[in-house]
Design a protein around this ligand. Structure first.
Ligand SMILES: [Cu+2]
Length: 151
């Protein structure tokens, strides 16, 4: 057990040093009636991930779904749409900015922002994503998330 753990750590380190595709990570996002940021939230709501990583949306509370905001997706990126209470896993292969919404609570600001990749590739659709229009609560939360990007 200890040896295999060490072997996996070694592989991860080798991948990181080569700058090549390391093992893709899966990040958990909870869909909550109440979180640290208030009512009806994805938690975390702002994620920076690597191309090829996945998000798994956990139905921590019932009555939510996760789906794309079409105006906030890189050119040519596939859109996704989970059903109510569905724990979907979405893989993000294409660098760029992605907006996520819970359809029934979009108007209450239940949105998330995912940045895939780094540098220019990740920012290719930044202005377009920033310019997307939303209901007031969603717009306010997105503004804070974009500020959180720090660039
Ligand atoms: Cu919701």
């Amino acid at each position: 057990m200890r040896n295999s753990t060490r072997a996996i750590a070694g592989l991860l380190m080798a991948g990181a040093m080569l700058g090549g595709p390391a093992l893709a990570a899966e990040h958990e996002v909870r869909m909550l009636d109440r979180g640290e940021a208030g009512m009806m939230v994805f938690e975390p709501s702002l994620l920076r991930i690597a191309p090829g990583d996945s998000l798994r949306f956990r139905a921590s509370n019932p009555g939510h779904n996760a789906e794309s905001i079409p105006a906030m997706a890189p050119e040519g990126a596939p859109l996704f749409k989970g059903r109510m209470n569905e724990e979907i896993t979405v893989t993000f292969d294409r660098p760029g900015i992605y907006g996520i919404q819970c359809k029934p609570h979009y108007g209450m600001g239940m949105v998330g922002l995912v940045v895939v990749g780094e540098g220019e590739a990740a920012r290719a659709n930044l202005e377009q994503a920033r310019a997307a229009s939303h209901p007031t609560r969603a717009r306010e939360r997105f503004q804070r998330m974009f500020q959180g990007l720090g660039d």
